[in-house]
Design a protein around this ligand. Structure first.
Ligand SMILES: [Zn+2]
Length: 188
């Protein structure tokens, strides 16, 4: 949602906004090792150790090489390529910052570092000892603030975060928001 907000300010082009928003979630592609982990546990009837997930998550796509490669692939579909590339890098790095600040879990000792040069080089490795929990109150407050700003932005700009998934769904959603606003704030 935060990435969409940045895209919404950065460009009037819906395609480029979608790409900028996608760049903000795309680092977590490397968490998909969880799928073969689950399949293997089901097929072999063994407890799931999340081996692939732990080996590749925050390693393949949470660094500078991943940023250049994935944002480079995304802007292949962009209208304004260089501008979109710059903002994709921004939202990609916003994701890394959010992970560094608040992605601890599932157990209290699970600190997630950012290995910025992985998978090419092992260093630098950044971590923050006070990293808050993924479902901690800090993240809930951030979510609430970003959610309220996104709703206000949707009403003022005529497009919402729903456009990432469906343009048609977006126009219905924005119409509903505008209707609610005119009902709630009707001049007396
Ligand atoms: Zn992540």
């Amino acid at each position: 949602m935060g990435s969409w907000l940045i895209g919404s300010v950065a460009t009037k082009n819906p395609r480029d906004r979608q790409l900028i928003a996608l760049a903000g979630v795309i680092p977590d592609l490397d968490g998909f090792g969880m799928i073969p982990d689950v399949v293997r546990a089901v097929v072999t009837d063994q407890p799931n150790t999340f081996q692939f997930y732990h080996r590749y998550h925050h390693v393949l796509c949470h660094g500078c090489p991943g940023a250049i490669l994935l944002c480079g692939l995304l802007v292949f579909f962009a209208r304004e390529r260089w501008r979109t590339f710059g903002f994709c890098l921004l939202t990609f790095h916003l994701h890394l910052l959010c992970d560094l600040l608040g992605s601890r879990g599932p157990s209290p000792s699970d600190l997630w570092p950012i290995c910025y040069s992985e998978p090419i080089l092992r260093r630098p490795i950044w971590f923050w000892k006070s990293q808050w929990k993924l479902d901690g109150w800090q993240n809930q407050i951030v979510f609430l603030v970003v959610f309220i700003i996104s709703i206000k932005r949707a009403i003022s700009s005529g497009s919402s975060v729903v456009e990432i998934f469906s343009n048609r769904g977006d126009s219905v959603f924005v119409k509903v928001l505008c209707k609610w606003r005119s009902t709630l704030f009707k001049p007396r």
